[in-house]
Ligand binder design. Structure first.
Ligand SMILES: Cc1cc2nc3c(=O)[nH]c(=O)nc-3n(C[C@H](O)[C@H](O)[C@H](O)COP(=O)(O)OP(=O)(O)OC[C@H]3O[C@@H](n4cnc5c(N)ncnc54)[C@H](O)[C@@H]3O)c2cc1C
Length: 376
């Protein structure tokens, strides 16, 4: 299913993740720390702009390649994978897909080298699933837009230098996106949120108080925000499914190791058929999620992607990841419930996957809508 190039990429990221990302993962989770230095190191692999051309410092890979990066990072530290996704897909891929040449030349090289950290701000305190109802306004005065409003739950927001921000630029849901730099006047970082999981990926509120944004920082064309949002969301849903697969893979690996070592009633618990059922179910779910996600990625790469396919892999991979983590905790018994083992972290991280990038309920609404429209 994977080309030689994809296999090579997967192996490279796995080796990097084991060496650089795994060692600090548990400590970062414990103290809700963030490790921006990891961005420089991922940048040195050429993967911060994994989907964009080499002339901007990117990795020139496809959506399937980006998904594999998420999977391998997600397998050792889902928080790092989430921050990497916000940077490489929501910001970098977005600017490349929707920006003009001047914007690409100005922003992409520093984002690809890791000199600058990226984020994307769509969600607001009162508008999550109903993102199109956003209230942040951008008003043109002379050569500058003045942005006023608040954004909520923004991954990397505390540390981001370059943020793609969605705001209303007219009536009737006319939305545009803007490239905002953290040094722009009127921009400030609000409260960092304390979270159940994904604790090593910083999430915060952003405040725009007549934030001055030059006219040339409208990403692409004015009022194009909704189309841009739709295009990027499909890519986000597919690539984020890679993180779910990585978490489920880690849950299965840890469960297998434990089932072989832990003895009860004089034999390894892996000999008990009720434990074997849990392992077999985890494997089956994982392989099904992987196949569906790779298929959605390949369809997107071939220009045949659809919202229903992207949403299907998002909803399935995220829900089986949570279930796989619950099984892993059950297999590890009391130890699985304690922080000396990683599986409780996997579960806390997995739950976010059913919420971020559109909840499972919203994905199902989208799938049903598209199915009904095509009279299937
Ligand atoms: C850790 C984290 C990181 C995030 N990172 C980012 C980021 O980088 N950038 C960004 O812009 N956003 C980000 N988000 C926001 C995320 O995308 C939203 O949380 C998500 O879209 C849900 O919105 P909400 O939390 O406001 O929930 P709500 O929309 O208020 O939903 C609450 C409940 O109602 C249900 N519901 C809502 N509408 C419907 C409907 N039509 N039918 C059925 N059920 C419905 C939902 O499924 C959910 O169960 C992040 C969130 C988290 C927690």
């Amino acid at each position: 299913m994977l080309t030689r190039e994809h296999e090579l990429l997967k192996d490279t990221v796995r080796e990097f993740a084991e060496r650089e990302v795994r060692p600090p993962a548990r400590d970062l989770d414990e103290r809700q720390g963030f490790n921006p230095a990891i961005f420089h190191r991922i940048g040195s692999l050429g993967l911060l702009g994994v989907t964009i051309p080499e002339n901007f410092g990117g990795g020139d890979m496809d959506i399937l390649g980006a998904t594999l990066c998420m999977e391998e990072l997600g397998r050792v530290c889902a928080s790092t994978a989430l921050s990497y996704l916000a940077h490489s897909i929501l910001c970098v891929h977005n600017i490349h897909a929707n920006g003009n040449e001047a914007q690409k030349n100005k922003y992409l090289p520093d984002l690809c080298s890791g000199k600058k950290i990226g984020a994307m701000a769509m969600t607001e305190p009162d508008h999550g699933s109903d993102a199109m109802g956003l209230e942040t306004k951008a008003v043109l005065e002379g050569n500058e837009y003045y942005l006023t409003g608040r954004k909520m739950f923004i991954t990397n927001g505390t540390d981001a230098d370059t943020i793609v921000v969605y705001a209303s630029t007219g009536n009737d849901r006319q939305i545009s996106s803007f490239i905002v730099e953290k040094k722009f006047s009127g921009f400030s970082v609000g409260k960092k949120l304390s979270k159940l999981g994904m604790r090593a990926s910083p999430t915060c509120e952003l405040i725009f108080d007549r934030c001055r944004v030059p006219k040339e920082n409208v990403l692409g064309k004015l009022h194009e925000g909704i189309d841009q949002m739709q295009r990027t969301l499909n890519v986000e849903r597919i690539t984020i499914s890679g993180i779910s697969i990585g978490i489920a893979q880690a849950a299965l690996e840890d469960s297998l190791d434990y089932a072989k070592e832990r003895k009860q009633f004089g034999k390894p618990i892996g000999d008990f058929q009720l434990v074997q059922k849990m392992l077999a179910d985890m494997y089956t779910w994982l392989e099904a999620a992987r196949s569906l996600t790779y298929r959605a990625a390949k369809a997107q790469d071939a220009g045949e992607g659809s919202t229903s396919l992207a949403s299907a892999c998002k909803v399935y991979a995220s829900e089986i990841a949570t279930q796989a983590c619950l099984h892993a905790i059950q297999i590890l018994g009391g130890y699985g419930y304690c922080k000396d083992y990683n599986v409780e972290r996997y579960l806390r991280d997995a739950k976010l996957m059913e919420i971020g990038a559109g909840t499972s309920e919203v994905q199902r609404v989208l799938i049903a809508k598209q199915l009904l429209k095509s009279n299937l």
